[in-house]
Write a protein that binds this ligand. Structure first.
Ligand code: CDP
Ligand code: CDP
Length: 212
């Protein structure tokens, strides 16, 4: 059983994916972290974020099991991740690893930008989680403040808009709603309400698979 969750930054897809994995007894992969890890390794090496060969080498060298989630959640790392995410060679190498993870029993929940469209096109359930840019910027600003960061709402909103634009317009695997995805707008939903809605969608898909 594979559950694919896509959506723009800070839409709540990671929180939802983690809870769905626990609820249905599945493994969980935050694919955004893999792009973030490659970007951070490149920056630490002093390499350019446009250097495709160096970035592809990093995909081989980064130990994805040992990723430091706290360091990777930094604002600047998200921006850098979206820059290296346009490089086709990086995507090919990461998608291969992500697919291998998804296909191991008993199945998995993956969240990212291209899970339903590219990584797991045959997922049992595809969710596309959205919220207005303002709601997402508010959430991300609060999240950063809780961690002791000092980014302003205006900077976060500008960054999210830039990242949405870059992620949606790149040539390879842009952020897009798969034709068979269910849209879940969480602008006016708290985490519990969004999670309940997602569980109902997955339960309905499982029942329909059992019937068919
Ligand atoms: O958590 P947040 O939504 O801010 O970002 P993320 O999911 O950690 O992803 C960081 C960046 O990696 C995104 O802006 C995308 O450019 C890229 N990404 C991607 O291209 N494909 C994925 N499956 C996941 C992330
Ligand atoms: O993975 P993604 O970047 O899409 O978002 P996230 O990390 O799951 O959520 C970003 C922030 O929004 C977290 O601090 C969540 O607790 C919060 N959130 C919320 O307030 N309401 C929701 N319905 C979903 C997430």
């Amino acid at each position: 059983m594979i559950i694919a969750i896509d959506g723009p930054a800070a839409s709540g897809k990671g929180t939802m994916a983690r809870r769905l994995a626990a609820h249905f007894g599945l493994r969980y992969l935050d694919t955004g972290l893999t792009y973030r890890a490659v970007a951070q390794a490149l920056m630490a090496d002093g390499a350019s974020l446009d250097d495709e060969q160096a970035a592809e080498r990093m995909v081989r060298d980064v130990d994805f099991e040992a990723m430091d989630r706290t360091a990777l959640s930094e604002h600047a790392v998200g921006e850098a991740a979206s820059r290296i995410a346009v490089l086709p060679g990086v995507r090919t190498a990461l998608v291969e690893q992500q697919r291998a993870f998804a296909e191991e029993p008993p199945g998995a929940v993956l969240d990212g930008r291209d899970i339903g469209t590219v990584v797991c096109p045959h997922a049992l359930v595809k969710l596309f989680v959205t919220a207005t840019p303002e709601a997402r910027a508010r959430r991300r600003t609060e999240e950063m403040a809780a961690r002791g960061g000092s980014v302003t709402y205006d900077d976060v909103l500008a960054d999210l808009r830039r990242r949405d634009e870059r992620d949606s317009t790149r040539a390879v695997a842009p952020l897009a709603v798969a034709p068979d995805a269910v849209l879940l707008d969480t602008t006016d939903l708290d985490i519990d309400a969004a999670f309940r809605a997602a569980v109902d969608i997955v339960d309905a898909a499982v029942r329909s698979q059992d019937r068919g």
